[in-house]
Design a protein around this ligand. Structure first.
Ligand code: G6P
Length: 370
């Protein structure tokens, strides 16, 4: 059994460590040799069709939905098309406004999630083109979608999704750049610049995985708590949601992810002496704003850990109790790095609590019934 796990104690840890390979495999063959263009030769979506899209819906469940929150925001930023997000179980019942100019992107590791499959059918019935981002070739969602971008994460066994999520981010980066290339919303140099930063991601993840002692110690501290909060703005908020979900799924510690600026509208009332708050602070355009929110929770006694770039650690340490650095990257790519310590945090917290890491209570890897 340990052989199956490649020497790791759990599938989840093995899969966390497989992320650099999953990033490379998902990029392979989809970037041309000059490193300046995206090539997605299997897409049926024509360039004319791409130019006619006037809105995008991103629909998924669970962790795949969280990847969609990042991916949709990246599309908006690079391509300037309005994007709407929905969990599949809501989308299918609220008669969403779908037209033939809507591109619907469904995201699913397994390709078998019942709600996501139903959402895909609803979208197609209303004339939308459906692109699926899935990890299982030949799955129901892959078969029924009009287009598929396969993530090449390899089989994911642990119920808590890790490498599938980050591979979904890579697929979204590639697709967003492709749309930007076709619609001319980014220059060739801007696209090349982002591609270069993407190529650096696998090694950057490797460097984080070689250095887990601090996060492990922090997880052991967190394991004694009942509640905690994740806060962030923009893409940091999207990653906060994934960090919170991961922790809930396998450690059973209650946590909430909050948009940092929204705390003062209610959740701040829950902040009391010693409560752990994990503040993601990688989005530099809103860093100052995030720091003000950190000060709000600090003033109420929170025990704050910040996740940021090395260059901001010293500054942030004036307002937080601890700070962990992640390698430097572009703001849109930060989720592909900042989520890794949060995956490790959930893993080690679950371990410290003696839980069944790979098979958490009440959850299934793939939910094929409604
Ligand atoms: C289940 C799994 C989650 C997963 C979600 C969506 O709830 O436990 O890890 O994110 O389904 O699964 P999918 O296969 O569609 O990505």
């Amino acid at each position: 059994v340990t052989a199956e796990k490649g020497g790791f104690a759990h599938f989840m840890l093995k899969e966390i460590h497989e992320q650099p390979k999953a990033y490379r495999d998902t990029m392979l063959g989809r970037i041309d040799e000059s490193g300046r263009r995206i090539i997605l030769p299997d897409l049926h979506l024509t360039e004319d069709k791409i130019r006619s899209i006037n809105n995008v819906h991103v629909v998924a469940c669970g962790t795949a939905y969280h990847a969609g929150l990042v991916g949709g925001a990246v599309i908006e930023r690079l391509v300037r098309i309005p994007v709407m997000y929905d969990v599949a179980s809501e989308y299918r019942y609220r008669s969403p406004l779908i037209t033939p100019e809507t591109l619907v992107i469904v995201v699913s590791q397994s390709g078998e999630t019942a709600d996501t499959l139903a959402a895909l059918r609803e979208a197609q019935a209303n004339g939308a083109h459906v692109l699926a981002i899935t990890n299982v070739v030949g799955s129901s969602i892959a078969r029924d979608a009009d287009d598929v971008i396969n993530t090449l994460a390899g089989p994911e066994i642990a119920v808590a999704s890790t490498k599938a999520y980050t591979s979904q981010l890579i697929a979204f980066y590639l697709f967003s750049l492709y749309l930007a290339q076709v619609r001319g919303t980014q220059t060739a140099d801007e696209i090349a610049h982002i591609i270069a930063a993407m190529h650096a991601l696998p090694e950057q993840v490797e460097s984080m995985l070689a250095n887990v002692d601090a996060i492990k110690a922090y997880a052991e501290h967190i394991a004694k708590h009942k509640d905690l909060f994740f806060i962030g703005r923009g893409l940091d908020y999207a990653v906060a949601m994934e960090g919170s979900l991961k922790l809930k799924e396998i450690s059973y510690i209650h946590s909430e992810a909050y948009a940092a600026g929204e705390l003062k509208h209610g959740t701040l009332a829950l902040i009391e002496e010693g409560i752990p708050v994990i503040a993601l602070a990688t989005q530099e355009s809103v860093l100052e704003k995030t720091v003000s929110n950190i000060k709000e929770v600090k003033a109420r006694g929170a025990d704050v850990l910040a996740l940021t770039y090395e260059e901001h650690v010293a500054g942030l340490l004036k307002s937080v109790d601890q700070a962990f650095a992640i390698p430097k990257t572009l703001s849109i790519l930060a989720p592909a790095l900042s989520v890794v310590p949060l995956q490790l945090l959930a893993y080690y917290a679950s371990l410290a609590r003696g839980n069944d890491v790979d098979k958490p209570r009440n959850l299934a890897k793939s939910v094929t019934v409604e």
